[in-house]
Every structure is written in structure tokens, then in C-alpha cells.
Ligand binder design. Structure first.
Ligand code: HEM
Ligand SMILES: *[C@@H]1O[C@H](CO)[C@@H](O)[C@H](O)[C@H]1NC(C)=O
Length: 490
């Protein structure tokens, strides 16, 4: 009897011991998690969070519904809310007054980009888009000089855009008014501008290397939106070993880098420092400078290029009141010459249409994340060092207080007595020292491509189809693919 009891105890003991150990370990982990993610005093409010996963489980697993869940929190907690995605703690800023405050008074304290596991894996601290500190400063200065000179070598950037617009009009004319998917064609043209600046040449649209490049970037943009890619950023050490769309993203980045380094190699062969043909040549020159050589190498550069390529696949053409655009084009430009950016100031309606398209398209909905570098205060709330800052540009562009018809396409948002009117709540390129350096280029492209196409065509939905303004979620938002017909204007 006693022996049996002893046996029982002997069996229970190790079990208890084991459980105690487990429990202790778990408590320690929870405590560590709690201490690490403890809400400091005055921290922006947000929903309750679970250990380790944070607020992850409170969201719809369907990524495309994520925004609905968050909207509810903003309603409940106000314009500054905190959310934790696994170990990533974010603070989301909504509304013009707070966004302005963050990007002016607080700007110096949020110039850094946070390190996100998937970025880390692909870029390390390279590439202007994801780098920080001194390396960012140098790359930014270099990129701005190139873009400010508005082109390299003999051709101005404006000429390159016009040349490409002409090609685009031709391939679209070849469709003979039949339905086609404009996404591919426009993507080709936009990518060609970037290629022309960086590689010094444009590609024919059916060039196989060019098609590879576009397919790779397109795939990256789509796969980035998958749940697996998001989870990778939360649990990188586990997801690293699992198959899925996040692996496609990594594979494609590697392939892109390879294409670019091959380009750099072939440029080195016939490089003449006195006559830079393109971005790569300018970069090679930059590399020969003593100060730069220490920091930069070709890898940094290859990242720089790929940043640009992704960022630029975003432009699209919207539905418009074509009659008014057509008559403005006919009045200011006519049918026989190419549009140039100089025409923009006399084309108030067209300019307003393009701005309205950008407002609705809203391709970078939460801006590109920043990180707080020193403890700061915003709107009376404490933002500790290391937190990730997101600014809700969607909310700004759809704010019912700022826009007469926030959810309806309406160029009048940007017009006053027939004149183009700038709007303070329109920030698709963000603001401040880290805002988009490609803004001028992107705006020139948008204006010239759009006007050149509208000069020659009337765009219509195919019979029995309605054009939708739905967007697919990705690294950026882009329109759901749909076919349109381009009827040549007489
Ligand atoms: C319609 C097209 C575009 C939009 C809406 C857009 C928007 C943006 C936004 C919102 C940011 C983040 C700024 C911030 O953190 O405050 C950004 C950064 C950036 N954009 Fe653009 N962009 C566009 C086109 C381009 C083009 C054509 C280029 C290339 C020439 C480009 C190059 C960059 C780079 C390099 C950065 C990173 C800047 C930095 O971190 O210092 N973008 N862009
Ligand atoms: C941003 O604002 C939009 C529109 O109000 C909303 O639907 C979305 O949930 C917001 N997203 C975040 C992350 O706050």
C-alpha cells in the first residue's frame, strides 16, 4: 500500500517538477514580453493585446478586410492609436493636424525607417528607401542631384517621357479599339522611363529581358500582400522554413538584383566618366570618389534601382469626364504636337483630373513606415524610442471633413472658379525631408502620359462591362486588372 503510494508520488514528482519548470519558463517569458512591451505612461490608447501575438488575432485573417477592423479602433480610441503586430509595436496617426505636426515639429525624430525582417533580409541597410542615418543621407543627396538635373546626357527627362508616350500611343492604337488590359502596357511604359534613366536605354515592349523584369516586380508587389508575407515580418525565424508566397518575394528580389548587377558589369566595359549616359554611369563616377568608396558598393546601387522600379509601377489611368479633358487638350495643345509639362499651367481641368485620380487611387495607403529615434511627445501622448509610426494617408484622402464627395470621383475637389487649386489634405508623396524624391518625375510622367493618351483616344468600357475602381492590395495599391477599349479620336 505504502509502496504503491510511494510509487505514485515518485511518478507524480517528476511530473510536478516538469510542470513547475514549464510554468516558470512560461511565466518568465510572459514577464519578459510584458516588460518589453509594457505600455509606458501616457502611451497612445489601443485595444488590449495578447502576449507574443499582440493584436494579430483581433483582425480578419483576410488581409483585404484588415482596414475595416482598424477603422473601428480609430472610432473608439481616436486619432492616435497603438497596435501591436506580434513584436512590432506601431502607432497609427490619423487626420491632417496630427500628420502635419508629426512631419514638421517632430520630423527630426522620425527620419529613420524601421527595420522590418523581410526588408532586412533583402536590403540589409542598403537602398535609399530602407536605409537610415549617414548611408541614407548620402544616397538621398545623390538621387536628388540626378533627378534634379532632370535627366542625364543629351536627352532631357522630359524628352524621354514624351518619346515613351509616343510609343505607348502606337501600341495602343494597334489594339484597334478592341478590349485590352491597359495595366501591362502602362506598366511597360512607366518601367521604361526608369530603365531609360538607370540603364540608359529603353526596351521594346516585347523584349524578353524586359518582360522578365516587369513580371518579377509585379509578382513581388502581389505576393507582398499575402498573409504569409505579413506573418514573416512577425515570426521570421519560423516562417523562414515554410514555403509560400513570401518565398517568391525573396526569390524574385534575388533575381532582380542579379539582372541589375549584370547591367552594371556591362556598363563598366564602355564607361566614359566624362560622358555619363545614365544613372549607372553617374553611380560609377560617384564610386571613384574617395569618400564614397568606403561606404558604397555596387550592391547598394542595385538596391537603389530596384526600389525605384517597384515604386514606379504604380501609375494608372482613371475614369474621367473625357469630354472636358478632350476639349481642353484640343484648345491648348491641338492634335499635332506632343504635350509637355509646360502645358500643365494652362490645363486646369486635366490637372485637376490627374490629382483626383491620385486621391482616389491612393497607392501608398499608410505611407512608408518611420521609426521614432528618441522619446517624443505627440498630441500629449508619449511616443517612446523604437516604435513604428504609420500615417494614414487613406483617411486623409477620404476625410469627409476635407472633401465634398470623398468616395466619388470628382475633379471639382481641385478646382475653384475653373482654376486649379492645391489642397492641403492631399499628400500622396508625403512631406518633409524624407518625402518622395521622385515626385517631380512621377508628376511629369502622369501628366504627359495621360494627356498624350487622351489626345488620341476615347476610353470606353467593353460592351456589357462596367469599369471598376477596385484596387488590389500589395506593396502598393493598384487597380484590379480590367479591360478597356481605346477608340481613336478622329
Ligand atoms: C505616383 C507615384 C509615386 C508616389 C505616389 C510615391 C509616393 C512615395 C511616398 C509616400 C514615399 C514615402 C515618403 C515618406 O516616408 O515620408 C516615397 C518614397 C520614395 N519614393 Fe516615391 N512615389 C512615387 C513615384 C516615385 C518614383 C517615380 C520614384 C523614382 C524616381 C520614387 C522614388 C522614391 C524613393 C527613392 C523613396 C524613398 C525616399 C527616402 O526614404 O528618403 N517614387 N514615395
Ligand atoms: C485608414 O483610414 C481608412 C479610411 O478611414 C480606414 O478604413 C483604415 O482602417 C485606416 N487604417 C489604419 C491602419 O488606421
Amino acid at each position: 500500500m505504502l509502496a504503491a503510494a510511494g510509487c505514485l508520488v515518485a511518478n507524480i514528482c517528476p511530473a510536478i517538477y516538469l510542470w513547475t519548470l514549464l510554468l516558470a519558463a512560461l511565466t518568465l517569458l510572459l514577464l519578459a514580453d510584458y516588460l518589453k512591451n509594457r505600455r509606458p505612461k501616457n502611451y497612445p490608447p489601443g485595444p488590449w493585446r495578447l502576449p507574443f501575438v499582440g493584436n494579430l488575432l483581433q483582425f480578419d485573417l483576410d488581409v483585404s478586410n484588415l482596414h475595416l477592423g482598424i477603422q473601428l479602433f480609430v472610432k473608439k480610441y481616436g486619432n492616435l492609436i497603438s497596435l501591436d503586430f506580434g513584436s512590432i509595436s506601431t502607432v497609427i496617426i490619423t487626420g491632417l493636424p496630427l500628420i502635419k505636426e508629426a512631419f514638421t515639429d517632430m520630423e527630426q525624430k522620425i527620419l529613420k525607417r524601421p527595420s522590418i525582417p523581410s526588408r532586412e533580409r533583402v536590403f540589409k541597410d542598403n537602398g535609399i528607401l530602407f536605409s537610415s542615418g549617414q548611408s541614407w543621407k548620402e544616397q538621398r543627396r545623390f538621387a536628388l542631384t540626378i533627378l534634379k538635373n532632370f535627366g542625364l546626357g543629351k536627352k532631357s527627362l522630359e524628352q524621354r517621357i514624351q518619346e515613351e508616350a509616343l510609343q505607348l500611343v502606337e501600341v495602343i492604337r494597334d489594339e484597334k479599339g478592341h478590349p485590352f488590359d491597359p495595366h501591362i502596357r502602362i506598366n511597360n511604359a512607366i518601367s521604361n522611363i526608369i530603365c531609360s534613366i538607370t540603364f540608359g536605354k529603353r526596351f521594346e515592349y516585347d523584349d524578353s529581358q524586359f518582360q522578365d523584369l516587369i513580371k518579377l516586380t509585379d509578382e513581388i508587389i502581389c505576393s507582398e500582400a499575402s498573409m504569409m508575407s505579413m506573418l514573416y515580418n512577425v515570426f521570421p525565424s519560423i516562417l523562414k522554413y515554410l514555403p509560400g508566397p513570401h518565398q517568391t518575394v525573396f526569390r524574385n528580389w534575388e533575381k532582380l538584383k542579379l539582372i541589375v548587377s549584370r547591367m552594371v558589369e556591362s556598363h563598366k566595359k564602355d564607361w566614359n566618366p566624362d560622358e555619363p549616359r545614365d544613372f549607372i554611369d553617374a553611380f560609377l563616377t560617384e564610386m571613384t570618389k574617395e569618400r564614397s568608396r568606403r561606404r558604397k558598393d555596387e550592391t547598394i546601387f542595385s538596391h537603389l534601382l530596384t526600389d525605384y522600379n517597384t515604386m514606379s509601377t504604380c501609375i494608372f489611368i482613371g475614369r474621367t469626364n473625357s469630354k472636358k479633358v478632350h476639349s481642353e487638350i484640343d484648345r491648348v495643345i491641338g492634335q499635332w504636337r506632343l504635350p509637355s509639362t509646360g502645358d500643365r499651367d494652362s490645363m486646369h481641368y486635366t490637372n485637376a483630373v490627374i490629382h483626383e485620380v491620385q486621391r482616389m487611387a491612393n497607392i501608398i495607403p499608410l505611407n512608408i513606415p518611420r521609426e521614432v529615434t528618441v522619446d517624443s511627445t505627440l498630441a500629449g501622448f508619449h511616443l517612446p524610442k523604437g516604435k513604428m509610426i504609420l500615417t494614414n494617408l487613406t483617411a486623409l484622402h477620404r476625410d469627409p471633413k476635407e472633401w465634398a464627395t470623398p468616395d466619388v470621383f470628382n475633379p471639382d475637389h481641385f478646382l475653384e472658379n475653373g482654376q486649379f487649386k492645391k489642397r492641403e489634405s492631399f499628400l500622396p508623396f508625403s512631406v518633409g525631408k524624407r518625402s518622395c524624391p521622385g515626385e517631380q518625375l512621377a508628376r511629369s510622367e502622369l501628366f504627359i502620359f495621360f494627356t498624350a493618351l487622351m489626345q488620341k483616344f476615347t476610353f470606353k468600357a467593353p460592351i456589357n462591362e462596367k469599369l471598376s475602381l477596385k484596387f488590389r492590395l500589395g506593396l502598393t495599391l493598384s487597380p484590379v486588372s480590367h479591360c478597356i477599349c481605346a477608340i481613336p479620336r478622329k
